[in-house]
Write a protein that binds this ligand. Structure first.
Ligand SMILES: *Cc1c(COP(=O)(O)O)cnc(C)c1O
Length: 388
């Protein structure tokens, strides 16, 4: 094998290219009818009442927390095993995250730890479950706990398109759900995100705050009966709207979301079979009636049986021309979070152990069958080399 296989690549086809060109020729580049179409298509796809397109999942999570009323002095519960975006938006609003540990198999929020954190803290406003790798959190437990304690639930579904929980597609079961279309995610618009909710008040608030706290977005201004120059500012809002250029890509990516998922699931199955006898744990597999988005494929190396650590294993994979990554460096090990809240590495033993042993393999629809076989060969070869 001569060419390096990158850890992640988007799959962009002629339909996306034609739609972007059409948008560029139209002269309407910012939020307009393509964005509205993408929102409508998306709401239908996940079965949500309302969808709002934004320029990133980070923006969407910020808008969501603001809409449910999180503010200075409040606390929001999420896990340490996530990307910093999940927690940073809590700080944007002057609130503090309460980080909890994960389940050792799914790497998702541990409901028992959630109960414990609620018992130990005051001023908790919301819970932010992260559907790690595209495997749904235990939403029955999380929603029941939220109801019991009158807390809002905002799902970080950056990995979870499409994901189901007991047969229902993620996107309509909690207060607000937020998706990412960052270039490495399950569908990509370069940068972009989507918010879904069943709650019209939240939707209206987020729509206003998405564009400067103005009560009508640009497109509405040019198409409704009020004079085009008229608008009212009701809050100091943000600049989080999606462009029609990005939406043009999203419309056609969304059409392939199920096909992309099926290809990733097939790759995961090849990996699971190939690695069953190697010194490593293969990822959690969703129950048969549920969909796992397979955004990530995270192996846990059995370091006790190896002469090298995870970092060295990754180096050896790179020498075999396979790009890999690590998801995630737990937040409590990151300087900002560690220093602000005085975290010790052992405060979250499950997350720490998973992190030390975790290696993410390439899993994306642009991979050919040969690419998949090359990843398998590399993992087998390196495993053999490092076996004690
Ligand atoms: C990628 C990611 C985000 C942020 O997504 P952006 O669209 O890049 O803002 C948030 N949470 C998780 C878990 C992610 O992986």
């Amino acid at each position: 094998m001569n060419n390096f296989l990158p850890f992640a690549l988007p799959l962009i086809g002629e339909d996306e290219i034609t739609e972007v060109v059409d948008t560029l020729r139209s002269g309407w580049l910012t939020t307009g009818k393509k964005t509205v179409q993408f929102e409508n298509d998306f709401a239908e796809f996940v079965g949500a009442s309302h969808a709002l397109a934004v320029n990133s999942a980070t923006s969407g999570l910020h808008l969501a927390l603001e809409a449910v009323g999180v503010g200075a002095g409040d606390k929001v519960i999420t896990t340490t095993y996530t990307f910093t975006a999940t927690a940073e938006v809590i700080r944007y609003l002057g609130a503090d995250p309460i980080l909890i540990d994960i389940e050792p198999d799914t790497f998702n929020m541990n409901p028992e730890k959630l109960r414990q954190a609620i018992a130990e803290n005051d001023n908790i406003k919301a819970i932010m479950p992260v559907h790690f790798a595209g495997q749904s959190c235990d939403m029955d437990e999380i929603l029941a706990i939220a109801k019991e304690h009158d807390l809002k639930v905002i799902e970080d579904a950056a990995h979870a398109l499409p994901t189901t929980w007991k047969g229902t597609t993620i996107g309509s079961i909690s207060d607000i759900t937020v998706y990412s279309f960052y270039v490495t995610k399950t569908i990509a618009t370069g940068e972009g995100g989507m918010i879904t909710t069943e709650n019209k008040e939240y939707r209206d608030r987020m729509k206003t705050m998405r564009l400067h706290g103005i009560n009508r977005d640009v497109f509405d201004r040019y198409t409704s009966d009020k004079p085009s120059w008229f608008y009212e500012v009701v809050e100091p809002g943000y600049k989080y709207n999606m462009t029609d250029v990005a939406a043009s890509i999203g419309i056609h990516q969304l059409k392939q979301a199920n096909a992309f998922q099926q290809r990733r699931e097939w790759i995961a199955q090849q990996f699971n079979e190939a690695f069953a006898d190697l010194p490593m744990t293969t990822p959690y597999v969703a129950r048969p009636d549920d969909t796992h988005a397979w955004h990530l494929y995270v192996l846990q190396l059995d370091l006790g049986k190896m002469t090298v650590n995870r970092d060295k294993f990754i180096e050896l994979m790179a020498q075999e021309n396979i790009g890999t990554s690590v998801h995630f460096i737990p937040l409590h090990l990151q300087p900002y979070w560690r220093d602000r809240y005085n975290y010790q590495p052992e405060d979250y033993p499950v997350a720490l152990d998973v992190f030390n042993r975790a290696m993410s393999l390439p899993i994306y629809p642009k991979m050919t069958d040969d690419d998949v076989q090359n990843v398998i060969k590399a993992v087998k070869k390196v495993s053999k080399e490092v076996l004690k």
